[in-house]
Write a protein that binds this ligand. Structure first.
Ligand SMILES: [Zn+2]
Length: 251
């Protein structure tokens, strides 16, 4: 069950439709803390409460007080070698899609083309009341200009949100349906930097295993599929994924 980056490369080489599932572990190496893990910058908040649709509706100032510094941190982050390696695997035709829980946009910034962000992304502002859209820069400019730090819609005056899906908000239908399309076609799933704790991404390995496909897991923490995966690496994705690319190049 353990293995090497060369084992991952071998499975990918034989795949007809390989997809990657990624989570917070991809982004920690870009300096973005996993807010689900204990401690860290966010410990004074319960993200599930303050980052929820309910808080956004009832107390937008509290919501934005939590959200604004996080947006600033994410917009400074750069893709790391793990993001670049997945983009390279796609360029070589080895990987067909990246399905991610991450909201930082770093897969796209790293050059991946078919990126499915099932929890949305911090790349625009939107109004839940009238559906107005603005750029992320405009959203932040409005937040920073407002006395209470809450960006507002110029069409209807309602508080605006970013493109990130809030707790309690439905997941974006188009992204979910694309994710399942890939999952139904996939014969290989490469999990990178995810402990597979969050739906819907955590259902995909089971779907692929049920159809006789192969799951490989590159993540430091335990996952529910550790016994069923063909290859299990527990190192840093920023080291292991470039090593997979290098192994593919050698043969
Ligand atoms: Zn509006």
């Amino acid at each position: 069950m353990p293995g090497t980056p060369a084992d991952v490369a071998q499975v990918l080489r034989d795949a007809t439709h390989a997809i990657a599932l990624t989570g917070a572990g991809m982004s920690t190496e870009s300096g973005i803390p996993d807010f689900r893990s204990a401690g860290g910058v966010w410990e004074k908040y319960d993200p599930m409460e303050v980052g929820s649709l309910a808080t956004f509706m009832s107390d937008p100032q509290r919501f934005w007080d939590f959200h604004r510094p996080r947006v600033g941190m994410l917009s400074d982050a750069k893709p790391n070698p793990a993001h670049l390696a997945l983009a390279e695997l796609e360029r070589r035709g080895v990987l067909k899609a990246v399905i991610t829980q991450n909201i930082d946009g770093l897969h796209r910034a790293g050059g991946s083309q078919e990126v499915i962000e099932v929890h949305g992304a911090m790349d625009r502002g939107m109004c839940l009341r009238c559906d107005a859209r603005v750029s992320m820069d405009e959203l932040l400019a409005r937040a920073d200009a407002a006395e209470d730090g809450v960006p507002r819609c110029t069409q209807c005056g309602f508080q605006m949100k970013s493109g990130v899906v809030m707790f309690g908000e439905p997941l974006p239908e188009e992204a979910i349906s694309r994710a399942y399309d890939h999952a139904m076609k996939a014969d290989v799933v490469l999990v990178a930097g995810s402990s597979l704790a969050v739906t819907p991404v955590n259902q995909i390995p089971g779907m692929v295993l049920d159809r006789g496909g192969t799951v490989m897991i590159l993540t430091e923490s335990d996952t529910p599929y550790d016994r069923q995966c063909a290859v299990r690496l527990r190192g840093r994705v920023g080291t292991d994924l470039p090593a997979v690319v290098a192994a593919l190049g050698e043969t």
